[in-house]
Design a binder for this molecule. Structure first.
Ligand code: LLP
Length: 432
C-alpha cells in the first residue's frame, strides 16, 4: 500500500499535487510520502510484535535525513554499511546504539568510529575482519559487540546482482565453518559475541527462501546461545515489493484481488518464520530497506521531446540513468504513469533519458497513453535504491528530494547547483 493516487485526474502524494511540487521545485524530482514510510514500518512492527525485536532500516536504500528521521521517530534503528552512514544516522537524529554495522570491507577508521559511537553490533563478514576489530577494540580498551554473518547457502531466487546467500557470493562465512569461528572468536579478549546474522538477498517475492534459511540457521543460533550466550539473531532484509502493479497497489481493494494473493506481506513473512524463531528466545533483528522505502517514493520527470524513428516511438525525458540507474543496471521494471490522467491513445513507448548510452532507457515498448512535450510522468517504486544510487554522470546535477506529510511538503534535499558538481576539483598547477 502507498499514498500516491489520482485525485480528480491529477496524481497526488498524500494531500499534495505532484504538478504543484514540480511547478515549485522543478524536475526531475524525487517525492516521498511520510505516511507510506510510517505505515510500512508499523506493519512490520505489528507483524513481529510477539517477539522482542528491533527493526534496523537498511539506510542504503534511502538515506535522506528527512526519511531517516521519519523512521527513527518511530523507534527504528539502522543497518549501516560505512562510517559515512553512521555519521548520517547521527545527523538525522537517530541512535547509533540501535545500529548494526555491516559490509565486507570495514576500514580501521570506520571500526574505531563505530566503537566510539557505541554501535549495537558489528556484522562480521570474515575472520580477518574479526581479528582487526579485536585489535582496534583492544587499543581503545573496549569489548566490541559482534554478530558473525552466516552464509546459509540458500538461493534467494532473485536477480543475480542482488543474491547474497550462496557460496557463489562474497558475503558471510560458510554455514559449516561457523562453530569453529565462534570458538576462536570466544577466545579473543576484546570481542563480545552478541549475535548471529544472515541476509540472503534482496527483492524476494516468495517466503520460501527465507523459511529455508531460517530453518537451517535457527538450530545453529540455539547452539550458539547455549554455548556463548548470544542475545540476538538477525535475519537480514530482503522483503520484496510490488513493482508491476505499483499504482493499483496503493488502493486497499486491490489487495483482495487474485493477482495480489501471492504477494509477500509482513503478515505472511511473520506467520511463516515466527514459529521457528519464537522458541529460540533470542531478540530478533531485521534489516528491511526496500519494503519500507520502495513504494514510498516516486521520481517525477518532464517529457522534453517525442520522436519517432523507423519503427519506434520515443519519449525523451529530463531524468536519466544518472538519476535512477535501476532499469539500466538490473533491467528492472518501474511502472510509469502520467501525472495528469490521460485518455489519449495507448502507444508502445520507449521512455529514455538524454544520456549518450543506449542503456539509458527506463522502459521499452511500454503501452502508455501517448505523451507530448512538456507532459509530466512519474516513475513509481523509486523510493528505494533511487536517489542513493544517483550520480552526476554527464555533469547532470543531483535531483531535489521532497518529503510530503498530509497537505504539507518540504524540500529535504535541494537540487544540486551545477557549479557544485565540480567543487573540490581544480586544474593542475602546471596548467597556469
Ligand atoms: N541487509 C543486508 C546485509 C543487505 O546487504 C541488504 C541489501 C539489506 C539488508 C536490505 O535489503 P532490502 O530489504 O532493501 O532488500 N541496489 C539493489 C539492491 C541492493 C541490495 C543490497 N543489500 C536494487 O536496486 O535492487
Amino acid at each position: 500500500m502507498h499514498d500516491f493516487r489520482y485525485v480528480r485526474g491529477r496524481l497526488q502524494c498524500e494531500g499534495v499535487s505532484i504538478e504543484s511540487l514540480v511547478k515549485k521545485h522543478g524536475s526531475p524530482l524525487y517525492v516521498y510520502s511520510s505516511n507510506t514510510l510510517s505505515n510500512n514500518f508499523n506493519k512490520l512492527k505489528d507483524a513481529l510484535s510477539s517477539l522482542d525485536h528491533l527493526i534496523c532500516f537498511a539506510m542504503k536504500s534511502n538515506s535522506n535525513l528527512g526519511v531517516m528521521r521519519t523512521l527513527s521517530d518511530l523507534g527504528s534503528g539502522f543497518d549501516t554499511v560505512s562510517g559515512g552512514e553512521i555519521k548520517r544516522v547521527i545527523a538525522a537524529g537517530g541512535n547509533p546504539r540501535k545500529c548494526v554495522f555491516a559490509g565486507v570491507g570495514k576500514t580501521e577508521e570506520e571500526i574505531a568510529f563505530a566503537l566510539s559511537k557505541g554501535i549495537y553490533s558489528f556484522n562480521v563478514e570474515s575472520e580477518p575482519e574479526l581479528l582487526r576489530i579485536n585489535r582496534i577494540a583492544g587499543k581503545l580498551k573496549q569489548k566490541a559487540p559482534v554478530a558473525i554473518r552466516v552464509n546459509p547457502n540458500v538461493d534467494a531466487k532473485t536477480h543475480k546482482k542482488i543474491t547474497t546467500g550462496t557460496y557463489e557470493n562474497k558475503f558471510g562465512i560458510a554455514f559449516e565453518k561457523i562453530p569453529g569461528v565462534y570458538a576462536r572468536a570466544a577466545k579473543l579478549k576484546h570481542i563480545r559475541l552478541r549475535g548471529l546474522q544472515m541476509h540472503i538477498g534482496s527483492q524476494l517475492t516468495q517466503v520460501k527462501p527465507f523459511a529455508d534459511a531460517v530453518k537451517k540457521v535457527a538450530p545453529l543460533a540455539a547452539r550458539l546461545k547455549a554455548k556463548y550466550n548470544i542475545e540476538f539473531l538477525s535475519i537480514g532484509g530482503g522483503i520484496g515489493i510490488v513493482y508491476e502493479n505499483a499504482l493499483a497497489s496503493g488502493n486497499p481493494d486491490w489487495w483482495n484481488r487474485k493477482e495480489a494473493r501471492n504477494i509477500l506481506t509482513p503478515e505472511k513473512y511473520a506467520a511463516t518464520l515466527l514459529p521457528n524463531l519464537e522458541p529460540l528466545e533470542l531478540k530478533l533483528l531485521i534489516e528491511p530497506g526496500r519494503f519500507i522505502s520502495g513504494n514510498a517514493g516516486i521520481l517525477v520527470s518532464r517529457v522534453e521531446y517525442v520522436k519517432q524513428t523507423g519503427k519506434k516511438y520515443f519519449a525523451i525525458v529530463d531524468a536519466a540513468m544518472n538519476d535512477l540507474i535501476r532499469p539500466a543496471f538490473y533491467e528492472s521494471y518501474h511502472e510509469i504513469v502520467p501525472v495528469k490522467q490521460s485518455k489519449k491513445r495507448v502507444i508502445a513507448t520507449d521512455i529514455v533519458g538524454g544520456i549518450c548510452e543506449t542503456g539509458d532507457t527506463f522502459c521499452k515498448d511500454r503501452p502508455i497513453p501517448r505523451v507530448s512535450e512538456g507532459d509530466l510522468i512519474a516513475m513509481l517504486s523509486a523510493g528505494a535504491y533511487g536517489f542513493v544510487m544517483a550520480g552526476t554522470y554527464n555533469t547532470r546535477p543531483m535531483p531535489a528530494e521532497i518529503l510530503v506529510k498530509g497537505r504539507k511538503s518540504t524540500v529535504v534535499r535541494k537540487r544540486q547547483k551545477i557549479k557544485d558538481i565540480w567543487v573540490g576539483e581544480s586544474t593542475a598547477p602546471w596548467q597556469k
